[in-house]
Ligand binder design. Structure first.
Ligand SMILES: *Cc1c(COP(=O)(O)O)cnc(C)c1O
Length: 383
């Protein structure tokens, strides 16, 4: 019944975890869910208020333009200038997205012919791989290994693959490893991509979720990057807006136009009220972002201290709300024990790709009290 491209999608491991979780809940066990990459705190009130005002304006009820409101794209360009010091023309170097996932999933359709290669990290957010498969492209995995600080080893990519590759996806600050990348590494990617005629898609969904004074750069701040790349941005994690579906792509105008061409034919743009709420988020006070980062930092410190006491090997991440922990044996079995014996849900690294095996991911989307409770339960488990 299904097309080959659907049949060839990798099995969705998270569905199995969800089922196991439901069974544990049914038994009446109090479950602490540390697996969700979705902020637990609400969207800040000034953003909700902007939505309320906008939704009463009948002009906003009509089809939006596919490329997004110029006012939103201008707010996005100004925000990028302020946070990352990159200059953009909002007319043709910024495109509104219905969440950045939408842009990531659609971009291979604009640039891959059947059988073309895209370079995708592993472990990774699954959409780089799946977007490639849905466009009948061929993903080539770039392992993210601890010994390389979870950066892809560009020298390890065979020349024959590099020559044939059309797209490369990278994501820093990284989900699931929480690794960050230096401008030096971004510069190496620009050189590699320029040499091999590859378009780079940098996913910067966690740019604002940083700690201890670390600031995540834009890939586009590297010289030459705008010739060969676009960067995906999302309001989801930064402003607790995952449900609103709003993000934007920035960078090379021809790549932006290619993605825009797909979007014109597939969707009709983001609801204008959501874009107006997005403008309020991007142009309003950023105290909410600082406040949330303080909360995540407290949770991070509580979890790291607890895991260290348990003898697990962990470093406090400089960014994202994930803690990536090395474990002995199968990551799936490890999370199964955590769930069934302690009522703790964590994500097995193998769910993010074969090179995620041997790790589990905790998300800091529960209160310090719940995190401390989880650590206590793990103590009793004696892992
Ligand atoms: C959460 C996340 C996104 C954001 O997706 P939206 O569609 O903007 O909600 C993108 N990339 C990564 C790596 C993520 O973890």
């Amino acid at each position: 019944m299904y097309a080959d491209r659907i049949n060839s999608l990798p099995p969705y491991l998270f569905a199995a975890i969800d089922k196991a979780k439901q069974e544990v809940i049914k038994k009446g066990i109090d479950v602490i869910n540390l697996s969700i990459g979705d902020p637990d705190m609400p969207t800040p009130p000034h953003i909700v208020e902007a939505m309320k005002r906008s939704v009463c304006n009948p002009q906003r009820h009509r089809y939006p333009s596919y490329e997004g409101m110029l006012s939103f794209r201008t707010a996005a360009a100004d925000w990028i200038k302020k946070t990352m010091n990159v200059d953009l023309n909002p007319e043709d170097e910024v495109l509104t997205l219905i969440g950045s996932k939408e842009g990531i999933a659609h971009i291979p359709l604009a640039f891959l012919n059947p059988g073309d290669i895209s370079l995708v990290p592993d472990p990774a957010y699954p959409v780089y791989n799946i977007g490639t498969i849905l466009a009948d492209g061929k993903p080539y995995k770039m392992p993210l290994l601890a010994e390389n600080d979870f950066l892809p080893d560009l020298d390890a990519i065979p020349a024959s693959i590099a020559k044939k590759a059309k797209l490369m996806f990278i994501n820093y600050p990284n989900n699931p490893t929480s690794a960050t990348a230096s401008l030096k590494f971004f510069g190496e990617v620009v050189d590699f991509a320029a040499e091999n005629d590859i378009l780079v898609v940098h996913d910067n969904a966690y740019s604002e979720m940083t700690y201890d004074g670390y600031k995540a750069p834009s890939f586009l701040s590297v010289s030459g990057a705008k010739d060969i790349s676009i960067e995906m941005h999302s309001l989801s994690k930064t402003y607790n807006m995952t449900g609103w579906r709003i993000g934007f792509a920035i960078g090379n105008r021809d790549i932006i136009a290619g993605l825009g061409k797909v979007k014109t034919n597939v969707d009709s743009g983001a609801f204008e009220c959501v874009q107006e709420a997005g403008i309020a988020a991007l142009t309003g006070t950023q105290d909410c972002v600082r406040g949330m980062n303080e909360i995540y930092k407290e949770r991070r410190d509580a979890l790291i201290a607890g895991l260290k006491e348990l003898g697990l090997e962990v470093k406090p991440p400089k960014a994202t709300f994930y803690v990536w922990v090395r474990v002995a044996g199968s990551s799936f079995d490890f999370t199964k024990v955590l769930l069934e014996k302690a009522g703790i849900v964590a994500t097995p690294g193998v769910g993010f790709g074969e090179y995620g095996e041997g790790y589990i991911r905790f998300a800091l989307t529960q209160s310090v009290e719940r995190i401390n409770e989880a650590v206590e339960r793990m103590h009793k488990l004696d892992i």
